[in-house]
Design a protein around this ligand. Structure first.
Ligand code: ASP
Ligand code: CP
Length: 308
């Protein structure tokens, strides 16, 4: 794809060459992300950072990426601080924000909202999470992390665990992994299974997919275990959420017994599904994964702004 001025809305828009290009640029910018070098690559450019849903990692890593590359940031945090609260549409908001900025990162609670926003924008728009739909920059960070930690993505068996119905990170990641030669194991209660549409896509691409409720068995057979949080904010009632909360909990003992070599990832925040004693394991990659978000977002910002 042509990156210059492109909107980044879905992981489906990337072919394998695109992902490899992003990984290559992220690698080049890594010393800046890791505070070993300084850079003025994006001097004179301004990121509008619009987060209408809660975020720690995505917002701060986008903003850190822009600032550490010498750019500037203007942000809106929370619905209550924006004129969307008064009834302004995403389309109108995009028309306005395009006058003030060179690139936009947006998170919003509805599926398809970032696409609706991009229709009014004249600057590149990056989806930082649209409801339960997609989180493409997280998926790129996840693949970057697997490649960095294990030197390859091809040949891996990757288990995704937890809320696969509402988890936007696993939706984007599963789609993006169809560009590689991988086996996927989906571990969830049937009520929180991966959406059919994504399973069809994987089938079309010839990806081997297995579904199970058995976490222990999946750990034994996986190279990468991708845990997720039960997405409380997507449930219509608290009682249903409570039924699933705690359904899969990873402990140090469980990992050591089943597969001490497995790479453990999680987009975070964790809410009980990874016990803190797991953090001591070499394979606990989830904090490093969050750190990698800065290099990957630096790469995306530089590419859509035509600086790499
Ligand atoms: N932080 C990720 C997201 O916004 C995962 C999560 O919240 O569970 O999708
Ligand atoms: N991984 C992720 O999107 O984290 P935040 O929700 O904190 O941005």
């Amino acid at each position: 794809m042509e990156f210059l001025n492109a909107h980044i809305l879905s992981s489906q828009q990337f072919d394998r060459k695109d992902v490899e290009k992003i990984i290559k640029v992220a690698r080049e910018l890594e010393p800046v992300a890791q505070k070993k070098l300084t850079s003025d690559l994006l001097r004179g450019k301004l990121l509008a950072s619009l987060f209408y849903e809660p975020s720690t990692r995505t917002r701060l890593s986008f903003e850190a990426a822009m600032l550490r590359l010498g750019g500037k940031v203007a942000s809106v945090v929370g619905m209550e601080n924006s004129s969307i609260k008064k009834g302004e549409t995403l389309y109108d908001t995009a028309r306005i924000v395009s006058f003030y900025s060179d690139v936009v990162a947006i998170r919003y609670s509805e599926s398809g909202s970032t696409e609706a926003f991009s229709e009014g924008a004249t600057v590149p728009v990056i989806n930082a999470g649209d409801g339960a739909n997609e989180h493409p920059t997280q998926a790129l960070t996840d693949i970057f992390t697997i490649a960095k930690e294990r030197k390859t993505v091809d040949g891996m068996t990757i288990a995704m665990v937890g809320d696969l119905k509402y988890g936007r990170t696993v939706h984007s990641l599963a789609r993006l992994l169809s560009r590689y030669s991988v086996k996927l194991i989906f571990v969830s209660p049937p009520q929180l299974a991966m959406p059919q549409e994504i399973k069809h896509h994987l089938q079309e691409k010839g990806v081997f997919v297995e579904e199970t409720e058995n976490l222990e068995d999946a750990i034994r057979r996986s190279d990468v275990l991708y845990m997720t949080r039960i997405q409380r904010e997507r449930f219509s009632d608290e009682a249903t959420y409570k039924r699933f909360h705690g359904v899969y909990v990873l402990t140090k003992g469980l990992v050591e017994r089943c597969n001490p070599h497995v790479l453990l990832l999680h987009p975070l925040p964790r809410c009980g599904e990874i016990h803190p004693d797991v953090d001591a394991l070499d394979g606990a990659g989830y904090f490093r994964q969050a750190g990698n978000g800065v290099s990957v977002r630096m790469a995306l910002l530089s590419l859509v702004l035509g600086k790499m």
